[in-house]
Design a protein around this ligand. Structure first.
Ligand code: PGA
Length: 250
């Protein structure tokens, strides 16, 4: 299936100096990684992170971007600005953005367009709330989020899109999805992509699982047929744990 990508989502953690220190700790531990490795850091840590990863294959992600190139949008950061500083990736549509900051499928689609136009690779987060899983609409919710976010994205551009399936109930809760639950939805996402594009695009896309993935459960999750990596929150802030997860992605 897709190329394995392990990405850390640091969320609102670490000062620039702390980011440098953590990346310096991570670097030797992932030097022989068989997968792509990315660290998703707060905006103000981006210069420090870019400097710290220089000479390595570790990629750097921002955690959001605005859809306009520039303008009167106080407090926002554009995809153009990220690309200009050498950032390669951006996380979009994270459930914390959707839940606390009003991101919607429609604004995620606009951010996606801006990010791809700026040359960035997007880690698109999708996932259901617990009530939606309990009501049996997980597939519908995740398929809809995926389809709307990818509206207007070409087959060629899909080479720069990673999808992270993150059940909201599993994020930061310690309640990891079972291997079967994770694989089932990741497979459904791939089928959705095959429907939007074709089987070749679906086979090539990286579909990550995220939500309480850790050093203990990563190997089993990553061994699932349709799970091509992970988006890691809490465990990505501990160099040794993050390195174990990277090592499990083969
Ligand atoms: P978690 O977060 O690993 O701490 O559950 C995952 C995420 O929000 O991307």
């Amino acid at each position: 299936m897709g190329k394995y990508v392990i990405a850390g989502n640091w969320k609102m953690n670490k000062t620039p100096a702390e980011a440098t220190a953590l990346i310096n700790e991570i670097k030797p531990l992932v030097a022989d990684a068989a997968c792509d490795v990315v660290v998703g850091v707060p905006f103000v840590d981006l210069p420090a992170a870019l400097a710290a990863v220089e000479g390595t294959k570790i990629g750097v992600a921002a955690q959001n971007c605005h859809w306009e190139k520039s303008g009167a949008y106080t407090g926002e950061i554009s995809a153009e600005m990220l690309a200009a500083m050498g950032v390669g990736y951006v996380i979009l549509g994270h459930s914390e953005r959707r839940t606390y900051f009003g991101d919607t499928d429609e604004t995620v689609q606009k951010r996606m367009r801006a990010a791809l136009d700026a040359g960035l690779t997007v880690i698109l987060c999708v996932g259901e709330y617990l009530t939606q899983r309990e009501q049996g609409v997980t597939n519908e919710v995740v398929a809809m989020q995926t389809k709307i976010a990818l509206g207007g994205v070409s087959a060629e551009e899909m080479a720069r899109v990673i999808i992270a399936y993150e059940p909201v109930w599993a994020i930061g809760t310690g309640l990891t999805a079972t291997n079967e639950q994770a694989n089932e939805v990741c497979a459904m996402i791939r089928t959705t992509i095959a429907g939007l594009y074709d089987q070749a695009v679906a086979d090539a896309v990286t579909v990550q699982y995220g939500g309480s993935m850790n050093a203990g459960n990563a190997a089993a999750l990553l061994a699932q047929s349709d799970v091509d990596g992970g988006l890691i929150g809490g465990a990505s802030l501990k160099a040794a744990d993050f390195a174990v997860i990277v090592g499990a992605a083969k």
